[in-house]
Design a binder for this molecule. Structure first.
Ligand SMILES: [Zn+2]
Length: 430
C-alpha cells in the first residue's frame, strides 16, 4: 500500500469527499453550537459520540485519571475536577490489517469567546459570510475534526475502508493542559502515525515545531487601609503590576537572538509571556488587599518547562525585595500547562505524505509552520516516539473576535486526510 492507492479508488474517494461536503458543513455547525469552554465540554463530547456512532463505530469514554498519570512527565497540574468530562474515542478495525495504523486526533474544547458584544454574529451561532464559517472553535479546531470524520466517511462512501486500525480521539483541555490527549494516548495502543488537523496561521500549514508553555498564578497580598490613610497600606494591585514588569523584562530577554532555537529562526517574537487574567482589589475606596496575575509563559526549544518554572519562581522571589512591593507577600501556584517544546520531524513518512497529498489536492504546498503556540502533538512526539503530521485549514482570529475557517480550505484538508488515510493504511472493500 506504500506504492499508493490505485487511481480509480483515489478518484472515487475524492468524489465522495465532494458529495459529503454539505454534510460536513452541517456537522461543523452542530459542533460550533456546543459552547465547549473549560468545564462545559459535555455537549461537544456527546456530539462526537453520536458522530462516531454514525460512522458505525462504538464510542468509548476515557477519563483523565490524575492518580494513574501522576508520574508521567507530560502531565500538567490540574485546573478543575475531571468527573463528567471524559474524552471520547472510537476505533475502526479492518477485516485484514495489512496497512499502517493511524490516530486521528482533535480537541473539542474552545477558549472563552471574550467580549461577546464585539462579535459580528454570536460566537456559538455559526454564520457563513464570504466562504467562511464564523464561530468560536470553528477554526480551532472543530473544522479539523469534521475534516477527518468526513474523510473516513468518504472512504466508506467509495465502498472502501482503511486496511489498518484507525483510532479517533476527541479530547478535552488542549487549550489549558493537554491532559485529555495524554490520557487517551496512554489508554490506547501505540499507532504508526498521528494526524492532528490543527489550523494554520491564517493559511493552510503543517506544524514543524512548537514552543512549550507554563501557566502560573502569582498572588500578591498587600495591607489594606482606608483610602484616607492610603500611605499606611500596601496596594496589592500596584505591587502585582511591579511584578508583571519583571515578567515583561524576562520576555524581552528570552526573545534575544541567542536564545532562539534554529527551528524558530525568522519567527518574529517567538517566546510570548501573556498576562491573560487579572483579579485584584475589593473596593474603589480601599487599598487593595489581594491581586492575582494569570500568566502564560512560552518555553523556547532548548529550554524546558521545568527550567521555566524555576525562572518564574526566581522572578517572584527577587520581586519580594523590590521597594515597589513595600513588603507585600508573593505566592506562586502552578496549575494548567506544564508543556515542553518540540520539533516535528518533517522527514517522517506521514509528514511527507501529508505534504504530498495536500499539494496534489490543492495545487499548492502546505506552509511549514514553527508555531509560537502549542498542540497535543507533543505527547506523541516526545513521550511515544510516534510521528505526527499536524496540519490544517486556513483559520483566522483563533482565540480572538470573529474566529473563522475558510470552507474551501477545510474541504482541501478533508480531501488531503482522505488520501493520506487511504495511502497510509491501505484500503480494503467495506
Ligand atoms: Zn487548537
Amino acid at each position: 500500500m506504500t506504492a499508493g492507492v490505485d487511481p480509480g479508488a483515489k478518484r472515487a474517494i475524492l468524489e465522495a469527499c465532494d458529495a459529503l461536503r454539505a454534510d460536513g458543513l452541517t456537522t461543523l455547525e452542530r459542533l460550533v453550537r456546543c459552547p465547549s469552554t473549560l468545564g462545559n465540554e459535555g455537549s461537544a463530547l456527546d456530539e462526537m459520540a453520536r458522530i462516531y456512532e454514525g460512522l458505525g463505530l462504538a464510542p468509548r469514554r476515557i477519563p483523565v485519571d490524575m492518580a494513574a498519570l501522576k508520574d508521567h512527565p507530560g502531565l500538567s497540574p490540574q485546573l478543575i475536577p475531571y468527573a463528567g468530562r471524559d474524552n471520547v474515542v472510537a476505533v475502526h478495525r479492518p477485516r485484514n490489517a495489512t496497512g499502517r495504523s493511524l490516530v486521528l486526533q482533535g480537541h473539542v474544547d474552545v477558549v472563552p469567546e471574550g467580549a461577546e458584544d464585539e462579535w459580528t454574529t454570536p460566537p456559538y451561532e455559526p454564520a457563513i459570510r464570504g466562504g467562511r464559517l464564523y464561530g468560536r472553535g470553528a477554526g480551532d479546531m472543530k473544522a479539523g475534526i469534521v475534516s477527518y470524520v468526513t474523510a473516513f466517511r468518504a472512504l466508506k462512501a467509495a465502498g472502501l475502508q482503511p486496511a489498518a486500525e484507525v483510532q479517533m480521539h476527541s479530547v478535552i483541555e488542549e487549550e489549558c493542559s493537554g491532559n485529555g490527549a495524554l490520557a487517551c494516548m496512554v489508554a490506547m495502543p501505540k499507532a504508526d502515525a498521528v494526524i492532528i488537523p490543527e489550523p494554520g496561521p491564517g493559511l493552510p500549514a503543517i506544524y514543524s515545531a512548537e514552543v512549550g508553555v507554563v501557566w502560573a498564578f502569582v498572588t500578591v497580598t498587600g495591607r489594606p487601609a482606608h483610602v484616607r490613610d492610603k500611605q499606611a497600606g500596601v496596594n496589592a494591585v500596584e505591587a502585582a503590576m511591579a511584578i508583571w514588569q519583571r515578567f515583561e523584562a524576562y520576555e524581552r530577554e528570552m526573545n534575544r537572538a541567542e536564545h532562539i532555537h534554529a527551528s524558530f529562526r525568522g519567527v518574529n517574537h517567538p517566546v510570548n509571556v501573556n498576562l491573560g487574567t487579572f483579579q485584584g482589589g475589593e473596593w474603589n475606596s480601599s487599598v487593595a488587599t489581594r491581586a492575582t496575575l494569570g500568566l502564560r509563559v512560552g518555553v523556547m526549544m532548548g529550554n524546558t518547562a521545568d527550567q521555566v518554572r524555576a525562572d518564574i519562581l526566581r522572578i517572584a522571589d527577587t520581586a519580594r525585595d523590590d521597594a515597589a512591593l513595600r513588603g507585600a507577600k508573593v505566592k506562586v501556584e502552578f496549575r494548567g500547562f506544564h508543556a515542553d517544546p518540540c520539533v516535528f520531524d518533517m522527514e517522517a513518512p506521514v509528514a511527507k505524505l501529508a505534504m504530498r497529498s495536500y499539494a496534489e489536492v490543492a495545487g499548492v504546498e502546505l506552509r511549514k509552520y514553527p508555531a509560537t503556540g502549542l498542540t497535543d502533538g507533543r505527547f506523541f512526539t516526545l513521550y511515544q516516539g510516534t510521528p505526527v503530521a499536524c496540519f490544517g485549514p486556513d483559520a483566522q482570529e483563533i482565540h480572538g473576535i470573529d474566529e473563522s475557517v475558510g470552507l474551501d480550505s477545510m474541504h482541501d484538508i478533508t480531501k488531503s486526510i482522505a488520501l493520506c488515510m487511504a495511502e497510509w493504511c491501505g484500503v480494503e472493500k467495506a
